[in-house]
Write a protein of this length. Structure first.
Length: 439
């Protein structure tokens, strides 16, 4: 049964996926910041995770980067840093895959080596060799406050493709596909990235909202969508570029939306001295804690592709330091065609990214991934009972196929055993012949 056991292990492993937990700087935000400093912190947030790298392992903090495709690590500098740096010279498992530092023009760095080392991330990715770029010269977009960056951006135009962590794990058959799902926790700004599986797989795809990713005016590719209309209180605004920014703690919008909100809600409350307008680097609104901020619904849609999502007051209000902050923030230098969707959008919708197909989407409802894992172990799903969108047939298909395949393999194995035993029992044919003359 050795052959069968090996086959079963391979089948089981092929359904694995990788969970990379991430933390947000906003989860440790100070409690007594001024309104302007609070909004600045929300708008300049970063997501990060801790990894162990090398032999013996070194623990370093890596930025979670959805704007860059490549995974890169900064080469250790002679000057002292406030964070732990990676030192490749003390790692016995470090591999230099190309012995010359190369120039990169479309990346978040200028010069880097192509390298590899053993890396552990989260609970189920341990001591795997993972390729990365070892940066020797930074650029203006390099994440210099971290030891490096794990890239979950769109496939880049420059550099080795397998320095994208999802592509590397797929090519090594550690995961089955190029799915990336971003899931925020319910009670804070932290969350997890699930790669290699669509956690909504068992639900009918009719409820999936997705479009090809956006192409901006410089022909660069980013996560997001082109050509969405925003409907608010019988008013319509048109956005040519809608960027998905998971690290952003707010939604960043142009000034024409600010004027619309002021006319429809905030102007009256400001006159009552119950709400306040700030015109610092970011323009924003906030109100006293007792104000009912029922501002209305913000409906984003693309009618040509039946694509839409809704944000309401509950999604856009955050209580901090005795005030209610409206989490759509306005930037005076932002074009009226651009909007950035950050945490208020992503806490409501688990975004699903497909790197190979360059598609970004979400389901129009949200599951609890932690509960899903518990139910998976019990063999029972609460969503099946409570969610009308549940498609039982879709849920069971892969298991039926797997069971049928295993049954066929068992049958073939026993047929092989019977054939082998038959050959062993069969009398050997004598090689002694009598030759007669042919007449």
């Amino acid at each position: 049964m050795i052959e069968f056991n090996i086959f079963f292990i391979l089948i089981s492993f092929s359904f694995e996926y990788i969970i990379i937990p991430f933390s947000s700087q906003l989860s440790n935000i100070e409690q007594n910041l001024s309104p302007s400093n609070f909004i600045n912190a929300m708008a300049n947030n970063e997501l990060y995770t801790n990894i162990n790298i090398g032999t013996p392992y070194q623990s370093i903090k890596m930025c979670i980067n959805f704007n860059s495709f490549h995974t890169y690590i900064l080469q250790k500098q002679k000057i002292k840093k406030q964070f732990n740096e990676y030192n490749e010279s003390i790692s016995s498992s470090f591999k230099l895959l190309y012995n010359k530092s190369k120039s990169f023009q479309e990346c978040d760095f200028d010069y880097a080596y192509y390298a590899s080392d053993k890396i552990s991330i989260g609970e189920n990715l341990n001591d795997n060799y993972i390729n990365f770029m070892l940066v020797t010269k930074k650029s203006s977009t390099t994440k210099s406050n971290f030891a490096g960056s794990i890239g979950f951006g769109v496939v880049g135009y420059d550099g080795p493709i397998d320095t994208g962590i999802v592509y590397y794990l797929k090519n090594k058959t550690i995961i089955d596909n190029y799915f990336i799902t971003i899931v925020f926790n319910k009670n804070n700004f932290d969350g997890k990235i699930i790669i290699g599986e669509n956690i909504y797989e068992k639900y009918n795809k009719d409820y999936l909202q997705s479009l090809n990713i956006l192409v901006d005016y410089e022909y660069h590719l980013f996560w997001g969508w082109n050509f969405l209309n925003l409907s608010y209180n019988n008013n319509n605004l048109y956005f040519k570029f809608v960027y998905i920014k998971p690290e952003l703690g707010v939604i960043m919008a142009p000034m024409n939306l600010k004027e619309l909100l002021k006319q429809n809600f905030f102007d009256e409350k400001i006159k009552e001295k119950k709400c306040y307008e700030s015109n610092s680097f970011y323009n924003f609104y906030y109100c006293d804690e007792d104000v009912d901020m029922n501002i209305g619904d913000f409906n984003f849609m693309n009618k040509n592709y039946y694509f839409s999502f809704l944000l309401n007051s509950n999604d856009l209000i955050y209580n901090y330091n005795g005030k209610k902050f409206f989490l759509i923030v306005f930037n005076t230098i932002l074009s009226n065609e651009i909007i950035y969707l950050g945490y208020p959008f992503l806490k409501k919708y688990d975004i699903i990214l497909e790197q190979d197909k360059r598609i970004a989407g979400f389901y129009n409802f949200q599951i609890n991934f932690d509960d899903k894992e518990k139910e998976k172990k019990k063999g029972d799903s609460k969503e099946e009972k409570i969610n009308p969108n549940f498609d039982k047939k879709n849920n069971n298909t892969k298991y039926i196929v797997l069971i049928l395949f295993l049954i066929i393999m068992i049958i073939l194995y026993f047929v092989f055993l019977q054939f082998r035993n038959y050959k062993r029992k069969k009398k050997p044919v004598s090689m002694d012949f009598e030759y007669s003359e042919i007449i």
